[in-house]
Design a protein around this ligand. Structure first.
Ligand SMILES: Nc1nc2c(ncn2[C@@H]2O[C@H](COP(=O)(O)OP(=O)(O)OP(=O)(O)O)[C@@H](O)[C@H]2O)c(=O)[nH]1
Ligand SMILES: [Mg+2]
Length: 323
């Protein structure tokens, strides 16, 4: 078979060919420099999708919610891509698994693509591959990209920095306090969800969250946007419509306020700096035997300082665009 060129692949992906999308994802994940022109083409073709981060503590019902939300969004005709970071359930091989009828319907839907990404970036949080996977889906015409991350440590902050809209999920019965109340997490939410409202203890969780929001500093993420608290039940199909509408409203609001331009620019700045950092790290790693060990010896002897040594190293390895 003829080797497909990158523009062939991209065209097939845009036409909705699943195998072409899968192939592009494999290329971006490989990180191989040979695919850089393809990445450039993908990036150039991206820029339309609404990237929504869904985060929350383990077991708060994120995956179930993502499945229910995806079904709703599909109902409006939009295509949905799901990226699950460190998933424990219930995704497999590009489809959503589950015993619920709704999820079965999604499993056979060509307008839904699920990608699990088990690895984290070397620099912590979301890996470069995650954001490049977002570009692939975006370029392939998926209108909505949902990124599910388990909210442990830095991840929820990281997903908020990569998404246009961030949904923080809390659930009743996972502890005494509203789990969202961790340093920095209240502020990153554009939308709060209290899931599992079919449970009797959900009312208390919602009340606690409202109390926290009224006590805490006003979220400064976007002026003119009141962060809603939405109760949902994926089991009983409660609040999912409302959540979809809030997500859509937030998207429109960022466009009306011009905030979308700021967010896009912030996302690009982080990506640029991370990419540069990665290139430098790569080069440093390859420099192990030569100058690096010599500089380390001088550092050990305190014959130079880290800052001066770094300057010498950077000068010597001459990082150029071919990296
Ligand atoms: N009662 C009730 N249970 C739910 C609901 N949504 C999810 N659950 C249950 O909560 C548990 C965790 O759901 P998941 O969707 O896997 O939660 P998660 O946040 O994705 O979990 P991790 O990915 O492991 O962090 C499962 O046993 C679900 O069946 C709901 O609306 N109501
Ligand atoms: Mg999950």
């Amino acid at each position: 078979m003829r080797q497909r060129t990158s523009s062939d692949l991209l065209a097939s992906a845009r036409a909705g060919e699943i195998s072409a999308i899968a192939r592009l994802l494999t290329c971006v994940e490989s990180g191989d420099a040979a695919f850089r022109p393809m990445l450039d083409a993908i990036y150039a073709a991206a820029g339309r999708a609404h990237v929504v981060g869904i985060t929350g503590v383990p077991g708060s019902g994120k995956s179930t919610l993502v499945a229910a939300l995806t079904a709703k969004i599909r109902g409006t005709g939009r295509k949905v891509a799901i990226i699950a970071i460190d998933p424990s359930s219930p995704y497999s091989g590009g489809a959503i698994l589950g015993d619920r009828v709704r999820m079965h319907a999604l499993a056979d839907d060509p307008g839904v693509f699920v990608r699990s990404m088990a690895t984290r970036g070397a620099l912590g949080g979301l890996s470069r591959g995650t954001l490049e996977a977002v570009d692939v889906f975006d370029a392939a015409g998926y209108e909505v990209v949902l990124i599910e991350t388990v909210g442990v440590g830095q991840d929820e902050i990281d997903v908020a920095r990569a998404a246009h809209t961030t949904v923080v999920v809390s659930a009743p019965g996972l502890g005494d306090d509203v789990q969202a109340i961790k340093a920095g997490v209240l502020e990153i939410a554009d939308i709060h969800v209290v899931s599992k409202v079919d449970r009797p203890d959900a009312g208390r969780t919602i009340a606690e969250l409202h109390a926290m929001l009224s006590l805490g500093p006003k979220p400064t993420r976007q002026a003119g946007w009141d962060v809603p608290v939405i109760g949902t039940s994926s089991e009983a199909d409660v609040g999912i419509d409302e959540l979809m509408q809030a997500i859509d409203r937030h998207w429109q609001s960022t466009h009306q306020s011009g905030d979308i331009l700021v967010r896009r620019s912030q996302i690009n700045e982080r990506r640029l700096l991370k990419a540069a950092e990665e290139i430098v790290r790569d080069r440093f790693a390859r420099q192990q035997d030569g100058m690096l060990s010599e500089l380390l010896a001088r550092l050990d002897a305190r014959a130079t300082s880290p800052r001066t040594a770094a300057g010498e190293l950077l000068k010597a390895i001459r990082i150029e665009s071919e990296t």
